[in-house]
Write a new protein. Sequence first.
Length: 299
Amino acid sequence: MSDYQVFLNGEFVPEDEAKISVFDHGFLYGDGCFEGIRAYEGNVFKLDEHLDRFYTSAKALDLTPPYEQAEMKDLVLEACRVNELEDAYIRPIYSRGVGDLGLDPRKCDEVTTVIIAREFPRLYGPELYEEGLSIATVSTRRNPPECLSPNIKSMNYLNNILGKIEANQLGVDEGLMLDTKGFVSEATADNFFIVDDGEVVTPPYHNSLRGITRQSAMDVAEREGLPVTEKPITQFDVYAADEAFMTGTAAEIAPIVEVDGREIGDGNPGEITKQLMDAFEKVTRTEGTPIYPKETVEA
Ligand code: PXG
């Protein structure tokens, strides 16, 4: 076992001592929220954007965080420092806390706070970033906002996990989820884009998670002079597209070359996709909140 230090309820403890009660409602009911954040070469990428979403998820769950957002920002950076990380995957979690066996959140006195920071490679194998992924539409539909908003990044991922299980059973690299109306929503842990006649298109975010990498990819595309549109897309639009890719903190930008047995474009990662992958990589290496401010390094 590695010896990462995990922040748990006010202190950093060795990871094998970072234990949660079986009566924690995060465990019993998936009642809580989390973020997945990355650091590149000593800088945490889009930290404020991730923390804004984290605190909005908590608010939507009517969960009062024990730390102000600015304190949480310091703790995330500290979690990287105590683990001496430059490149990291960081996961802050707030769960409802320890209660009894009833689901009423009023039974829980204290929100559980966890921050895990560790090294973590890109979500898919390196060859898939060269050759592109084969994906398939799964039958599990993405939770509609009228039942459970996909924009709450909650500790209950069963909707996406059922989609991922189907994708695994189909023997493809990832599952594409539709919304309840049959429009494309997103992949199980990534947002979805197509490129059509030079235009970069992604579905509106109401039926999917408003991904931070999704926004970065849109910003990068605009800076590269490409038209970017948010509009509903169908499976037909996907099959007819010139290119397709996915975006996510864990996956970064990942090219897609096959959907439901249909080749996308010529079956190779598209030129615009590759351009965006390169431009995104540059952005991740030049922006971000420093983990080790200069004064500390020089002192
Ligand atoms: N959709 C869903 C459902 C997600 O969970 C994204 C899109 C992409 O969002 P960001 O903001 O990351 O660009 C996500 C993010 C994991 C893991 O452990 C999952 C995510 C992020 C980090 C790690 O599989 N999902």
